[in-house]
Structures are given as C-alpha cells and as structure tokens.
Design a protein around this ligand. Structure first.
Ligand code: SF4
Ligand code: SF4
Length: 297
C-alpha cells in the first residue's frame, strides 16, 4: 500500500532548518517525497517514489529502527523508529523502488510550529523535493497560513521545482509565492525526454510564466559533458536566456557522481575546467553573470 499526501498534510523526506543555498538568505528547507521526473542523473533517487511498504529494507537495518506492522485490513506497513535510527542510510541503499522508509507526515500546523520555532533566524522557507509541486494543496495551505500570520508574514515563500507544474497550478500558488528556482536540464525535447523521462514544454512554459509574474528567482542549467545538449545548442539556449528579465539568476550545475545510481555512474563527471569552458562559451552569447559551482567531487 502506498501512502498518499493529503490537502493539509505533506509527506516529508527531510527538513533543513538552516540553508543558505536554497534561495536568498537563511532558509528553512522542506524536501517533499515523490517526483514525476525520473532523471538518469538524480542525486537523490530515493526521493522519487512513495514507499510501497514491501518490507525489503527492514532486515537491512543494523539498529532495529524499522519494523513491519500488519494493519486491521491485513495490509502491512513499515514503521520507522526515529529514536533508534543512526541515519546510516542502508535502508535507502537496498530499496528496490527508489524510496525511503523514513518519510514523515507533517500537518500544516506542525510545519508552522517548526517554522515558528526558528523564524527569528530565517529570511524565508523553501519547499523542495522530490518535486515539491506534486503536493501543491499542502504548499498552498502552508504559504497562505504564513502570509496571514503576523509573526511569520516577513518570511519569503519559495519553491524549488523541476518546472512540470501546469500554468493553472502556478496561477493558484502565485499570489502567495515570492520566488521559484527552476531546473532546465536539456534543450532539445528528445534529449530532455531521454534524461528526465518527460519533454521540456512544461518547463519552458513555467519559466516564461514565472518570469512575467516577476516570480522567477533562478534558472539552473545542468551540464553533462558529451551527454546534455546545452553545450551543442548554446546559440539557442543563449537566445532564450537573453529573453529573461535581468534580475533572474542563472546557475550552472556540473554533473557529479554523488548520490547517482545506474548507468550515469559510468558517465564522465563535469570537471572545473570543463565547466569554465562551458561558462565562457555561454557568457560570450548572453553577457550576463552566472553562478558557477563551488565544489567539484
Ligand atoms: S523504503 Fe523501499 S524497501 Fe523499504 S518498505 Fe518502502 S519500498 Fe520497500
Ligand atoms: S538509516 Fe536508520 S532506519 Fe535506515 S538502515 Fe540506517 S538506522 Fe536503519
């Protein structure tokens, strides 16, 4: 049995109470479980699917932090005992479904209580994933509650997204949204389809819409040497980026092996010199600042 999020509850895989790399300033970041892309290069593949409670990971836990419970309807559930967990992540390594038994369900009120606890040190919150917008009803309830709470209203509300949400979805959240970071992982539709499992038309539509609403904080480009096509399509990519407002940040991400599983582990990593070469090429087309990676592994 898979677990589904509800209007006022979210399935959360991780929370960072302080981050300075997920939007402007100091932010509390909530990573929601579940993604509708299946990127070959995903650095967190265990955030893609919801747990099916198959039980395969239970025996792998060296700390007795997982157990199987049979419910009244005879269906089994895997229960995570946070107090015993050492976060060794062996359960994630053995999961055959790109999932994670350590998902926690948060209500809007529980999330607000956590934000309230840290709000003196925060500039805002960012909802990330997985794909954050798959749990849009929760995001809407949370952002509305933040904006209408005198103690929290100063916090900016950001979404980090793969850009797959429909225009209608963005229109619903836009009144409560201060900014979004969107990934553009390839240019040609067939390359995008191959890399992430879907074509790019929704991503471009999202970037265009958010730019017109002044809600586009950052566009992130992934460079995979010899695989992604942003390099070979640099004229077209550059022409497109030049249409974005000046205030939109452009971030270049270098493909690395950290967290990746499967065939992409055999692909060449993007070195600093390769990234600098790509940056120079793109800069010659768009002549605007871009954020480069600070760490290469
Ligand atoms: S996390 Fe994976 S292995 Fe563990 S119960 Fe869920 S689906 Fe099965
Ligand atoms: S991360 Fe926690 S639940 Fe998973 S195997 Fe390690 S101790 Fe067990």
């Amino acid at each position: 049995m898979s677990v589904k999020p509800t209007q006022n509850q979210a399935l959360v895989s991780r929370i960072l109470t302080f981050s300075c790399v997920d939007g402007p300033g100091n932010r509390l970041v909530v990573f929601l479980q579940g993604c509708n892309f299946d990127c070959i290069t995903c650095h967190n593949p265990h955030t893609i699917n919801h747990c099916t409670h198959c039980g395969d990971c239970v025996k792998s836990c060296p700390s007795d932090a997982l157990s199987i419970h049979t419910q009244k309807n005879d269906q089994q559930r895997v229960i995570w005992h946070a107090d015993k967990c050492t976060h060794c992540d062996r359960c994630i390594d053995v999961c055959p479904d790109k999932s994670n038994p350590k998902i926690v369900r948060y209500s809007v009120d529980e999330m607000l209580a956590l934000i309230r606890k840290h709000h003196f040190f925060l500039n805002g919150i960012t909802i990330s994933g997985g794909e954050a917008t798959l749990q849009l009803p929760f995001i809407l309830s949370l952002f509305k509650a933040i904006k209408s709470d005198p103690e929290l209203a100063h916090l900016t509300c950001f979404i980090d997204s793969n850009g797959s949400l429909s225009r209608t979805g963005w229109e619903r959240v836009s009144p409560y949204l201060d900014g979004a970071m969107i990934d553009l992982k390839a240019w040609q539709s067939d390359t995008h389809l191959w890399l992430v499992g879907r074509d790019k038309h929704r991503v471009i539509d999202t970037i265009d819409y958010l730019a017109t609403q002044n809600k586009l904080h950052e566009v992130r480009l992934l460079h995979i040497p010899g695989k992604s096509d942003l390099d070979t399509e640099v004229d077209a990519v550059g022409d497109y980026l030049k249409t974005l407002p000046e205030g939109v940040k452009i971030r270049l991400n270098a493909f690395q092996h950290h967290g990746v599983i499967g065939e992409a582990l055999t692909w060449e990593k993007c070195s600093e010199s390769e990234m600098n070469r790509f940056h120079e090429l793109l800069f010659s087309k768009i002549n605007r600042p871009m954020q480069l990676p600070t760490v290469y592994t």
